[in-house]
Design a protein around this ligand. Structure first.
Ligand SMILES: NC(=O)C1=CN([C@@H]2O[C@H](COP(=O)(O)OP(=O)(O)OC[C@H]3O[C@@H](n4cnc5c(N)ncnc54)[C@H](OP(=O)(O)O)[C@@H]3O)[C@@H](O)[C@H]2O)C=CC1
Ligand SMILES: Nc1nc2c(c(=O)[nH]1)N=C([C@H](O)[C@@H](O)CO)CN2
Length: 244
């Protein structure tokens, strides 16, 4: 059996933990003995399975200020410490996902920048209350396109760049009690409806030319949680895409 992490009573908060990468991270941390809080918008069997394993699963929509504030209030009312906050919640909207471009940019900014910013500010003391030898962690799930841009997902990429910038600011503000880092994936998991021609083109964008799956993100999260030193940095999970 894995040894329980030190002070496992202070939970790890994962936003958007009901599927794919967030779900895999939540399941792995529960298996290691961490306490886990996840947010979700739509209930699914996977969420019930997390509840059955002891996770605190909270409905939260970060599309607007009310949803963000309601979630912050719940955490502050029910928890006194946090081991880590993993900002994973995200929508991958392309340029034509909404007719109204202002609403598209607002939606991307709200979930990828405003929510992480407000949660980091609100939870600073909880992260510092994590009484352990080791610093607490904030992890921002950004994207390879935060640096490179994306012609088809312009607002999405810009908002991920905003999230990546939060890493620098909060790393400087919260050290040494809290480490703040980004994980910047490129292709890790296809979506079920991705057609074969899209998959072929996406695989060709990286040197490794493969879909590695959620395990890459799980491994990167565990590396950051175990580190005593890395902060203000980005771990790129992109198969060498920058060299193609
Ligand atoms: N998968 C990949 O290959 C890549 C992923 N990434 C990044 O990694 C992270 C995880 O990716 P992936 O697992 O594919 O993510 P998903 O697209 O599966 O979305 C993750 C979760 O975010 C939640 N979510 C979406 N919008 C909101 C919102 N407005 N408020 C609250 N929650 C919301 C959803 O909850 P619900 O389902 O309950 O609605 C969903 O379960 C994301 O930040 C993504 O941008 C980056 C590059 C590649
Ligand atoms: N919230 C999401 N963000 C991203 C996803 C996703 O499924 N949900 N997928 C990608 C792609 O895998 C891209 O990296 C390669 O085509 C990007 N972001």
């Amino acid at each position: 059996m894995p040894s329980k992490p030190a002070n496992s009573s202070a939970p790890v908060l994962i936003t958007g933990g009901s599927q794919r990468l967030g779900l895999a991270i939540a399941e792995d941390l529960l298996q290691q003995g961490y306490s886990v809080i996840v947010t979700y918008r739509s209930d699914k069997p996977a969420v019930q399975a997390l509840r059955d394993k002891g996770a605190d699963c909270i409905i939260a929509d970060f599309s607007d200020e009310q949803g963000i504030c309601q979630f912050i209030a719940y955490v502050l009312d029910n928890y006194s410490a946090l081991r880590a906050v993993i900002h994973n919640a995200s929508q991958w909207l392309n340029n034509t996902a909404l007719d109204n471009q202002h609403q598209l940019m607002q939606a991307m900014w709200s979930v990828h920048v405003s929510a992480p910013y407000q949660l980091n500010i609100a939870f600073e003391e909880l992260l510092k209350n994590h009484q352990d030898q080791q610093a607490s962690d904030i992890i921002h799930m950004t994207d390879y396109v935060a640096d490179k841009g994306s012609s088809k997902h312009i607002a999405y990429a810009a908002s991920k760049a905003g999230l990546a910038n939060l890493t620098h600011s909060f790393a400087a503000k919260l050290a040494p009690a809290v480490k703040v880092n980004s994980i910047a994936p490129s292709l890790l998991m296809f979506n079920q409806d991705d057609p074969p021609e899209y998959r072929t083109k996406a695989l060709a964008k990286s040197l490794m030319a493969l879909e590695p799956g959620a395990s890459e993100a799980v491994a990167a999260v565990n590396y950051l949680l175990a580190s005593k030193y890395i902060t203000g940095r980005t771990i790129g999970l992109d198969g060498g895409r920058h060299l193609v």
